[in-house]
Ligand binder design. Sequence first.
Ligand code: ADP
Ligand code: MG
Length: 300
Amino acid sequence: AIMVASSMATLSEVLGELQRAAGATERLVELLHVQSHIRTPATSPIVDAQSLSNDIRFEAVHFHYLTRPHQPAIDTLNLAIQPGEVVALVGPSGAGKTTVFELLQRFYDPQSGAITLGGQDIRRLSPQALRQQMALVPQQPALFSDNVIGNIRYGRPDASEQAVKEAAVQAHADGFIQQLPDGYHSFLGERGVRLSGGQRQRIAIARAILKDPRILLLDEATSALDSESEHAVQQGLATLMRNRTTLIIAHRLSTIQHADRIVVMDQGKLVDVGSHTELLARCPLYQRLVKRQFNPSSSH
Ligand code: ADP
Ligand code: MG
């Protein structure tokens, strides 16, 4: 029996790793599955998400994935983010950065502690209402089998074609879209036009600009973009971040230097919080990260 139990644990760990490795589609399936485990309270009043202010608080948040009950992915996290603030999350792989985003979107709920938005526990909001308040720009944005307009409109299904185009202009995507064989009517996705990483990101930025959320979750690309895309993406992001509360999983030195605050994480714990200059002076882990990951001359 002991052998069975231990091999089961190993199997579930292996499956967990496989799921992580299997890419966007599998991940989406996994998240949809997880989503169904979250029950919105039927009796307690559900707060109107739209009316809440933009401050986000993590209060002694503890979370472990079900497949790894003995390894906290987030360990006693306390963090208050002010409305309009730009906060960069940095840390080695496995530090818990992505998990922070997943908890904020209620793909999972913490086992203890609470996450609040405008002072309200986000468990009092339906996941749908909560996610309506935020837009996620992932590292590798998904494109749907639809034309460019449909792909951007995904951010706000009732948006006019004019609004879609304005969002594309603000995302610095209009230029390359106009050059596609059928412009805004070019087909994207598996059988469609192939876009570069930087172009995909600008589609995702346009999608988020159109959605116009109060909270922005940004997972910066680790891979290098061509220099034209790089510049356009940075400008698009600057537009997108204006007047919003922004959390960025940062992979670029320029991004962390422009953040209001940098949160250094390691093994699920918050190690330090401060400005680039402060952390460079006092946080050994930050110094190592800057040297290794954020050195512009080092390749990823
Ligand atoms: P980061 O984004 O900083 O690299 P993650 O949030 O992805 O870190 O991971 C934090 C910890 O949680 C790591 O130990 C990781 O292996 C684990 N983890 C992440 N996702 C899962 C999952 N779906 N199932 C099990 N463990 C996971
Ligand atoms: Mg991650």
